[in-house]
Design a protein around this ligand. Sequence first.
Ligand code: ADP
Ligand code: MG
Length: 388
Amino acid sequence: MNINLEEKFAARYHKNADAVYFTPGRVNLIGEHIDYNGGLVMPCAITLGTWVAIAPNNENKLRFKSLNFEIETAVESNRVNQKDGGLWTNYPIGVINEFIKDGKEIPGLDFLFYGNIPIGSGLSSSASIEIATAYALNNYFNLGYDKLELVKIAKRVENDFIGLNSGIMDQFAVAFGEKNKAIVLDCETLKYKMVDVDLGNYVLAIINTNKPRELADSKYNERVAECQTALKQLNEEITLHYLCELNAEKFALHSHLITNEVILNRATHVVKENDRVHLAAKALNSGNLEEFGRLMYASHESLRTLYEVSGKELDAVVDFCITYEHVIGARMTGAGFGGCAIALLEKGYEEDFAKHLTDYYIDKIGYPAAIYISEIGSGPYLTTDTHR
Ligand code: ADP
Ligand code: MG
């Protein structure tokens, strides 16, 4: 962290912070747009994240301040069941509301947040601040929740309190991430496996297109509906609950049932992307990073041409990566239409990559992208504990 949070805490609250916690953001390495088709995703925690410093107060007040936002608020601890417009404070307030609904008592507390995740660009700064709050309070007050319970609480906040109809991957990845491991997760059953990721001589470059994800929500719903259409047509011949119950080979036996070309393209992406996750896990298990990189490129191509959720900004980043010698794989990550791409970049070329990509991107798109270098980081932890 390039900011002294404890110092800032003392300056804001005129006392020392009692504990500081870190919670990461996340990227999805591969397995895009298949979580709602019974498929596997492969997210990991990143080393960008959210820090929260806390200390009790004797005023029965919850005070929230973030170094990322101007607005700060204080609420009585018994008034957390109300949303405060569109303010950022709804994320921590929503979490505390869940604890209180569950019969826990949360006394007066002062919070200071700081995040170095680019906000609103698909790296899950929202899941990060939710889990940061939940993890911090659970640990500080020994509330007794396990990690999966915290994940479900955070998801409820996002769905019911904030009002975003998102899946469980983000909160799960942020909470369950481990250093140098990816999570192969079935978002329906919540069965998961950790896979070792040895990036060796490579780092994870995260490229924010700086393109707002305007279309993402409506197009997301459209894709969900298209997959349901494909499923319905396949069910005329076989019984399936999800498209991902088929691998590419079995899909080929029945794909003639899908009459519309666009729907067929969508289903083809889904089935093959799920196969790619299995192949990617295998490649990582055998330390074959080049193969993993090829699968990333293939995933992007499929999202671009078959699933049509990319866009000229994400494509520009990946097109540049294909021509850049020191990248072995790249793809859009997240719902698409903007947000971020990821690339496996050889160590030592961070600056060169940033310079050349920036030139290329500005030339194509007209404004700069932002580039972050990350590793595969760990889930939430206590960074300092000054009182106990
Ligand atoms: P994403 O999760 O892709 O970054 P979202 O729109 O889902 O984007 O969530 C971003 C919101 O989460 C911010 O607008 C803010 O309300 C909240 N948030 C995230 N990080 C912080 C932070 N460090 N401090 C305060 N609020 C934050
Ligand atoms: Mg979010």
